[in-house]
Write a protein that binds this ligand. Structure first.
Ligand SMILES: Nc1ncnc2c1ncn2[C@@H]1O[C@H](COP(=O)(O)OP(=O)(O)OP(=O)(O)O)[C@@H](O)[C@H]1O
Length: 559
């Protein structure tokens, strides 16, 4: 994540080192001021140098601070951009396997931790150089005092190296709990009606609060370790100041050390606090940042949809045969899973309404997922205009199909936004035309799409699919009961579309089945029978039972 920002980091490092150098020189110049003062030499020059050092050091420090702050925001933005892009390029089924709320927290919360970590590498090098530089200059001033300082630094370093990794571990655990919190919260809010109707508010909120408490507990553990690390480093510095003061005063008393050297040395000891706290801070930030980066990198496991096929001379596509065809298609949802469909042969003619029926789990939705390329066949092939899917890009295929989902038919936004979702350039007239096609002419397109009834929502989803008359309409009919008006509107639209294009429905309603030009009966992942209602009703046992379950019973007027 840092790699693309190498140049900014290098500049940050150089600025940091320059600020460090100014800081390192200050005690020596102070000693020069003191020596000049006691030696009666002209004070103007050393004081001027000291003032310049302070101003230059401050200016460089300010520049570096702003630079690194901007870098941090850029890294968070880069991470968010790449995750969001990844989500939208991911294979649908891979993405749907993960809880939505958790996917959201990776973008919102995990990336936030990268903020502090982004400057930590530069900070670490800076602090390391500052620490070594300070120690060297201390050695130049007085070796025995340096030995006392080193002893303190080594003790502090040993304790820190044992404690710091625990911060990263606690942070990872905290972020995992935040992910669980996001997933549970999102799921519960989405099903808030069921939660309330089941009087499960307390239970659900309890679960979510438990995840929040877990996150807090882990973060508190991280905070405690950080506090201990800080306290140890500060106390270490303070103890060494006392030790150095004592040893220094004794050596000055013996005449082995000038007072100005002791003052300069003590200034260095105080300056040690800078690099030591910087080291501590940056190591802590690095630990949490690495934990977050690890969780973000896990997202690489989400498979991406293959990029578009290389441009090759397109064989003339045939407009004579069926628009879509499945030839011996077998597909499964995972390497371990049993095939969801096996050896499916199916043709969708250019005109007319094809209804797919079958018991639950027969593979109806899987056929739609294959047609929309959410799932790729393991064996067999799918053809569009007589050309295999592999020769078309995903976008080409989807551009020819319009799809109405069964469950979540509207997107956030107004009704007009929803209608223009596939074709953002649709005119107001086109929007009005599709609204009247689904018998929603009276509705205000500026209304929120979620502020309408369930039946109206289904009609909005259908209207979106009908805008710009798609060649093939794939309609997964809602299983929920809808009002007569909605049912009639859907029926009319299907009939209308079937007169000039192809309509494929996963039919859950008797009226839809009866309306179809041909019906495909799926059972256990295979095509069991195909034909018209009358043929199938007479010849196929399963079809008869399915239709009877749709409450046609033995009413022969339908047969
Ligand atoms: N996302 C998925 N991951 C794993 N297995 C799945 C997934 N979706 C469906 N299956 C399995 O594939 C088989 C066919 O499912 P499919 O959803 O196509 O049936 P369906 O006929 O549409 O059923 P329903 O009418 O209940 O929606 C079932 O055995 C099901 O368990």
């Amino acid at each position: 994540m840092l790699r693309p920002h190498r140049r900014t980091m290098l500049l940050g490092l150089i600025l940091g080192l320059a600020a460090n150098a100014a800081g390192l020189a200050t005690p020596l110049v102070t000693k020069w001021v003191l020596d000049s003062f006691s030696g009666g030499i002209d004070l103007a020059r050393p004081v001027a140098v000291l003032a310049c050092l302070v101003v230059i050091g401050a200016a460089i420090g300010l520049w570096q601070w702003i630079l690194m702050g901007t870098l941090a925001e850029q890294i968070v933005l880069d991470a968010r951009t790449s995750i969001v892009r990844r989500y939208f390029q991911a294979r649908v089924l891979d993405l749907l396997k993960r809880p939505t709320g958790e996917l959201v927290t990776r973008v919102t919360s995990d990336t936030g931790l990268l903020h502090a970590a982004s400057g930590s590498l530069v900070g670490l090098i800076n602090a390391g150089v500052g620490l070594i530089g300070t120690l060297i200059l201390m050695g130049v001033l007085d070796l025995p005092l340096l030995a006392c300082t080193l002893a303190a630094v080594i003790v502090v370093g040993a304790v820190m190296s044992r404690l710091l990794p625990r911060i990263g571990i606690a942070q990872t655990a905290a972020q995992e709990s935040v992910g669980r919190l996001g997933a549970d919260l999102e799921g519960s809010l989405r099903a808030i009606r069921t939660v309330k109707a089941s009087r499960a508010e307390t239970r659900q909120s309890g679960r979510i609060i438990a995840a929040a408490s877990d996150a807090a507990a882990h973060s508190v553990r991280a905070a405690r370790v950080s506090a201990v690390v800080w306290t140890i480093s500060w106390s270490g510095v303070q103890l060494s100041v006392m030790l150095i003061l004592a040893v220094g005063a004794w050596r000055a008393h013996l005449g082995l050390l000038e007072v100005s050297t002791l003052v300069a040395f003590l200034l260095y000891v105080f300056q040690l606090m800078g690099p030591i706290s910087e080291l501590t801070q940056n190591l802590t930030a690095l630990q949490s940042g690495m934990a977050a980066a690890g969780r973000i990198n896990e997202l690489d496991a989400i498979g991406l949809e293959p990029s578009d096929p290389p441009a090759r001379p397109a064989p003339p596509s045939s407009t004579a045969g069926p628009v879509l065809a499945l030839q011996g298609v077998t597909a499964r949802y995972g390497p371990e899973a049993a095939p969801a469909v096996r050896g499916i042969d199916l043709e969708i003619p250019r005109l007319g309404h094809t209804a797919i029926v079958g018991p639950s789990g027969a593979g109806k939705t899987t056929v739609f997922s294959l047609l929309l390329r959410f799932l790729e066949p393991e064996h067999g092939r799918i053809l569009l205009d007589g050309r295999p899917y592999t020769e078309w890009s995903h976008s080409d295929v989807r551009g020819r199909l319009a799809y109405v989902e069964q469950e979540t038919p509207v997107l956030p936004g107004t009704i007009a936004d929803n209608l223009r979702f596939t074709h953002p350039d649709a005119t107001d007239d086109e929007v009005r035309a599709v609204l009247s096609a689904v018998r929603l002419e009276g509705i205000d397109p500026a209304l929120g799409a979620t502020d309408v009834s369930g039946g109206q929502r289904q009609r909005i989803a259908l209207a979106r699919a009908l805008l710009r008359t798609p060649e093939v309409l794939l309609l997964d009919e809602a299983t929920a009961q809808v009002d007569g008006l909605t049912e009639a509107a859907v029926q009319d639209c299907i009939r209308d579309r079937a007169a000039s294009g192809a309509v494929v429905t996963i039919a859950h309603r008797l009226s839809t089945v009866l309306d179809a030009d041909r019906i495909v009966v799926l059972e256990d992942g295979r095509v069991r029978a195909q034909g018209t209602h009358a043929d199938l009703y007479a010849s196929d046992d399963l079809y008869r039972r399915l239709v009877e379950a749709l409450r046609i019973g033995a009413d022969t007027s339908y047969v």
